[in-house]
Design a protein around this ligand. Structure first.
Ligand code: WTA
Length: 637
């Protein structure tokens, strides 16, 4: 169990002075927002360059219009306006698999985005069209996203590992006639072909889809047909051309994206140009503390909202260097990320909470063997964090010198809504913190009524925010700017809120584990399991087949095996922590948990295994091979 000196749940850790002295968000910012109401968001808009100033921070109409009347272009904001001050500063640094790397200054990126925009324009892309991108984390993906933004076209980035079916659905539903893809890419040293999958998807939709192909593979293993346009040729044909950025209304869409869909069907979300960009720039500055000239690394795939907001738009809007990494975190060795942090002197590092648990499992010697002193701030996102993982990250990666921000948000929210401000608020391991300034949240019951402080319930956002999706902006319309009692955005997450506003997340509602008459958020049970020595990760699900019992899937740390003694220890510890109801019908040891490509644990699938049900398609998983293994282990017991 943890030693006395390690902060646990409920303990407070002050951010280090070395950090707070120069932090972007300083004391007083919460008070200023509280005083000014929604108008305080003008601070976020002030981080952007506007072609036409907005008339009002928020206007109510058919939908809430953030920065109504204003016009701007996102590509101009991420590139052109930085050229005076930092044209030779690195905008994008890319590390591919297999040791390749590329560096783009702001001027280089500006050139290539202009050429790509000219090329897309000449093949017919116009403002309002949807361009689908289907490629891994390569610079051309970011270039295409910004080229679309330049033209006022919407990008629709589809994760490169998705199947032809999934790509076809997204092409069809967005009526997208343009596709930017690649011939293939490398994963763990092996070439994976992408073009055949892309072509199969094109054939499966009724409308024509015009493909542009980035040649990523070294050889000519993949044959490009007459209808495939080569990205490199298109750029050559437009060498040196510039395209005027198309001024967009603040409320015009910037892109569409599908939710990751761990629990339900993926749904389409559209984000605006002004509200979204202002929100991600402001939170990138205040929460992730990104500064111009910093190297910021968001270790996610660009296809997820985290990649859109904090790998592409926030760091570039703020004039920083964004680091892109195509490969796996354990290739060629499990210290790969720390080697990159050391080599590129990364300032701010943002990753999935579940990734931190994997790092713990791999062992502290990996970060410990690198000089990580360039790091100033560490961030996490994606799943509830247990104090154990928090401490490991804080100690082994941050050397207890970097604030850790546990940021809560969703595809629908566009940017961070709940997190401590690293320069202002004390941190509490295991709790994400209060809502960011300008945002209010409440924990409510099924009827939408607030529950008492400290009681579990459903997390709702009770004020609108600039990064809200277009459909949420429509729902919030006509409710006195979201301020009347009628409007709540119920998020689908269970949480507890303390008297002073700190929110602790308990997991998705759909994943609630009911044992007897007690409903537990999966995170509550999992975090108790992880407290036991030698446990690295756990996922707890409900088994209805076994009469409403909880089943724990548990990964041990390196060099530890799982046996009945450990099962007993887990059972006893969890009983002590959470009371006698918190019992497991079964504890299954597994080398890995099934995770989606964005790092979320697929609890729904584990629930199906616990109930011996069909678990269906596993193509959304990063490690589908583990499912069979878990089934075998589970059945043997
Ligand atoms: C979960 C990712 C606890 C939550 C940006 C949310 C979190 C879902 C946290 C959205 C966090 C995200 N603590 N849970 N810090 N961050 N989540 O749309 O369940 O891929 O509803 O957006 O991730 O996932 P999405």
């Amino acid at each position: 169990m943890r030693g006395d000196h390690t902060p646990g749940r409920g303990d407070e850790v002050s951010p280090p002075h070395s950090f707070t002295d120069d932090a972007n968000a300083a004391a007083g910012v919460r008070e200023a927002f509280a005083e000014e109401g929604l108008d305080a968001w003008s601070r976020a808009a002030d981080l952007l360059a506007w072609d036409r100033p907005y008339e009002t921070v928020v206007r109510d109409g058919d939908r809430l219009e953030w920065f109504a009347g204003g016009r701007l272009n996102a590509s101009h904001n991420c590139l052109d306006r930085h050229l005076d001050e930092r044209k030779s500063h690195v905008a994008l640094r890319w590390e591919g698999t297999g040791g390749e790397s590329r560096v783009y200054t702001y001027l280089d990126l500006h050139h290539e985005v202009n050429e790509a925009a000219a090329a897309l324009r000449d093949i017919g892309v116009e403002a309002g069209d949807v361009v689908t991108c289907y490629a891994p984390v390569i610079p051309e993906l970011v270039v295409t996203m910004l080229a679309c933004a330049r033209l006022g076209a919407l990008h629709n980035v589809v994760f490169a590992g998705f199947s032809a079916d999934e790509l076809a659905t997204r092409l069809r539903r967005t009526e997208s006639s343009y596709l930017v893809t690649c011939d293939g890419y490398y994963r763990r040293g092996n070439a994976v072909t992408q073009l055949t999958t892309a072509d199969n998807a094109r054939m499966a939709v009724d409308h024509d889809v015009d493909p542009v192909v980035v040649e990523r593979l070294d050889d000519d293993a993949v044959y490009l047909g007459d209808d495939h346009r080569r990205y490199a040729d298109l750029l050559d044909d437009h060498r040196g051309e510039t395209v005027e950025p198309v001024a967009r209304d603040a409320t015009d869409p910037l892109f569409v994206i599908y939710t990751s869909g761990t629990t339900g069907e993926p749904s389409r979300v559209t984000h605006t140009t002004g509200g979204y960009l202002a929100h991600v720039a402001w939170t990138g500055r205040a929460v992730l503390d990104i500064e111009p000239f910093d190297t910021h690394w968001c270790a996610a795939d660009a296809a997820w909202i985290t990649g859109h907001s904090y790998m592409v738009y926030a760091p570039l809007a703020l004039g920083a260097t964004t680091l892109l990494y195509e490969g796996a975190p354990d290739q060629p060795e499990k210290d790969r990320l720390w080697e990159l942090v050391e080599r590129h002197r990364v300032d701010t590092f943002y990753t999935a909470s579940t990734a931190v648990r994997s790092f713990m499992k791999w062992g502290a010697d990996h970060p410990d063997s690198h000089d990580l002193s360039s790091l100033r701030l560490l961030g996490m996102v994606g799943e509830p964090t247990d104090p154990e993982a928090w401490n490991w990250y804080w100690g082994h990666v941050g050397g207890k010198e970097c604030p850790v921000v546990d940021t809560w948000w969703q595809t629908e929210t566009g940017g961070i809504l709940v997190s401590t401000l690293p320069g202002v608020d004390p941190m509490r391991p295991g709790s994400a913190g209060p809502a960011v300034p300008g945002v209010d949240v409440a924990v409510v019951d099924r009827e939408g009524e607030p529950v008492a402080d400290g009681d579990p319930g459903h997390l709702a956002v009770t004020t609108p925010w600039p990064g809200m999706s277009r459909s949420l902006a429509r729902e919030a319309a006509g409710t006195d700017n979201g301020a009347d009692d009628g409007w709540l955005y119920v998020t689908g997450d269970r949480a507890v809120r303390d008297g002073d506003g700190y929110v602790t997340f308990l997991g998705r509602e759909d994943d609630t584990v009911t044992v007897g008459n007690t409903a537990f958020g999966p995170a509550t049970l999992e975090s108790a399991v992880i407290e036991v020595d030698a446990i690295a990760e756990a996922a707890v699900v409900e088994s209805s087949e076994q009469g409403g019992t909880a089943v724990a899937y548990v990964c041990t740390e390196r060099d530890h095996g799982g046996d009945d003694d450990l099962r007993e220890e887990i059972g006893e510890h969890v009983g002590e922590r959470l009371g006698p109801t918190a019992r497991f019908g079964e504890i299954v040891f597994t080398p890995e948990l099934p995770k989606t490509h964005s790092g979320k644990i697929m609890r729904r699938l584990l629930g199906a295994i616990a109930d011996s049900e069909e678990y269906g398609d596993t193509s959304a998983l990063r490690n589908p091979e583990i499912v069979g293994e878990i089934e075998t282990v589970a059945n043997d017991e």
